[in-house]
Design a protein around this ligand. Sequence first.
Ligand code: ADP
Ligand code: MG
Length: 704
Amino acid sequence: MSEYYNVAEIFGENVFNDAVMQERLPKKVYKRLKDVISEGRELDLETADVVAHEMKEWAIEKGATHYTHWFQPLTGVTAEKHDSFITAPMPNGKVLMSFSGKELIKGEPDASSFPSGGLRATFEARGYTAWDCTSPAFVRQDAAGATLCIPTAFCSYTGEALDQKTPLLRSMEAINTQSIRLLRLFGNTTSKKVTPSVGPEQEYFLVDRQKYLKRKDLIFTGRTLFGAMPPKGQEMDDHYFGAIRERIAAYMKDVNKELWKLGVSAKTQHNEVAPAQHELAPIYAEANIAVDHNQLVMETLKKVAGRHGMTCLLHEKPFAGVNGSGKHNNWSITTDDGINLLDPGKTPHDNIQFLLVLTCILKAVHKHADLLRESAADAGNDHRLGANEAPPAIISIFLGEQLQDVLTQLISTGEATRSLKGEVLQTGVKTLPDFMKDATDRNRTSPFAFTGNKFEFRMVGSNDSIAAPNVVLNTIVAEAFSDACDVLEKSNDFEMAVHNLIKEQATEHQDIVFNGNGYSPEWVEEAERRGLPNITNMVDAVPALTTEKAIALFERFNVFTKAELESRSEIHYENYAKAINIEARAMIDMAGKQIIPAVIKYTTALANSINSVKAACDADLSVQTGLLTEVSALLAETKAALIRLTEAAEKAYAVPEGREQAVCYRDDVKTAMDALRAPVDKLEMIVDKEMWPMPSYGDLIFEV
Ligand code: ADP
Ligand code: MG
């Protein structure tokens, strides 16, 4: 049965947003809170008490019994510890519902088991959570009840960041400060705040829940560790943007409704390239809100799937040989009065500012390509980056024909005097043609593409938080802006100085620009000649975090201390080792307990059939015996590979945590996993389907 509702009415109904605050808070308190939010200060306890009280009353009306500080530790998922609002019973046996300002702004989860990369051992055992009042609280309603969720940052007692949120907020501060400096140089005296805007496009797979439950690999690791390609793959491209089937449409409808209630502006939905793959994109928001909302999107996609008898797979590569899933992180920088610094603009004045911003971004990405690559690294994404689908593992920038032409002119003459679209440019770099979105957004192979008025970073994994890539983008661009301001603020002739700086940056950093086919082998060679890093896996990406260059960058803008960076790299190695360890164990389990026994059953059936036929008549048994020989050989190969994988996994597990262990998992364990998968996938193709112990790729992705 279809249920109809008014989107405008339900949108944000579970969010303690500006409208609710304005309605519920005393004028003075509302104003104080708004000031704190816009100026990024700390909330005083007195105000917090009033806000907390109203928030609680509002939440209780929505059915909330508990509240939680909702935070994003470095495990990749959100964490929460629920407390109910009740006070100790009074003498009359009744309880009150209470929520204080202190409880709102600061929490102390017993979070000692979250990864800290040694930070908490070095500093202080406990961590605490603090309200990020720039991201509104919300009530989450589901089968488990209703809970008031307060978006928070998670730090150690000495202030070290233990989460994704803290560095993100710090990086937003950095880009705000440096962008304002830059805008002032161009005579802008009105903009007060600059915020990065982020719109992440989220890809995901849906599979039938009953089939999912028959695959231990999907249950434990989120991806298939075995599985032969179905007769029909994605080569027909008939799924992409195809009509959305009813079961999926009903699911998407539900997802949208849930998200709208939470104030997430889910906007676009369509099928993706691979069968059973889909995408959801919200309307862009301020970076920290976009990060929170993306977590809610992932949570909701999974939760609602269950209600529809499906499971949502967010893994970067659930099926070998089928396109994986990523996230396109659309990023721009916007002022509080609506100016997008990445908009080329129409007037000469805007154009110069745009060209300076653009060449600063070229510089930033060229200088810190390794950091940007690292920010998208996770074990799952290793299957995707550099394979023939998602962007290559090499970071480069796509500008498009038109902008490239302007850049080329700038580099050769210091001036751009004509436009590819045939319009005459006035003087110098002063007027640029309008950059049509369509004219720029043609290259899907680029990891970092200019798309009209934003950059689209396409490397991020589907399962990963988008916090890290935005921390890097904000900080590296803040650095380039800061360097530019240092030069320009000292100059006597601003026009001349800007002109020279644009030319200098365009020339010096043109090597990061690549408009060709990022999948081609020639690009790999060309990139090497240009000295661009080609980091093919997560383990090799991690060292970028702790280079002198990275430490200097992050410390300069107070985004990370050296200790925080070191702790993060430890956590990355640990996370990688854990992910591969779980995969190896799941494979060992499946091969030993399900696949080998099934194949033995099949060989027994074959042998019995051979004997029966032989006893019955003098028929030609070459097919049966041939099959039996082939299957037995593959079975032996499987068993040998299983033994080798078990040994490799045990050896890796015994290596002390850290880089050395991660390398061991990557080089020894993963190789042994591939060696086990090969004969099993061959077996799947020849063993009787009735006897194969789990649903095939065909069952999983063509029959949702
Ligand atoms: P596509 O990339 O599929 O062509 P769009 O470019 O329209 O789709 O939008 C993709 C995502 O980019 C959406 O989440 C959208 O809100 C976001 N987006 C659009 N403009 C901006 C911007 N100026 N800054 C950041 N994100 C943006
Ligand atoms: Mg896009």
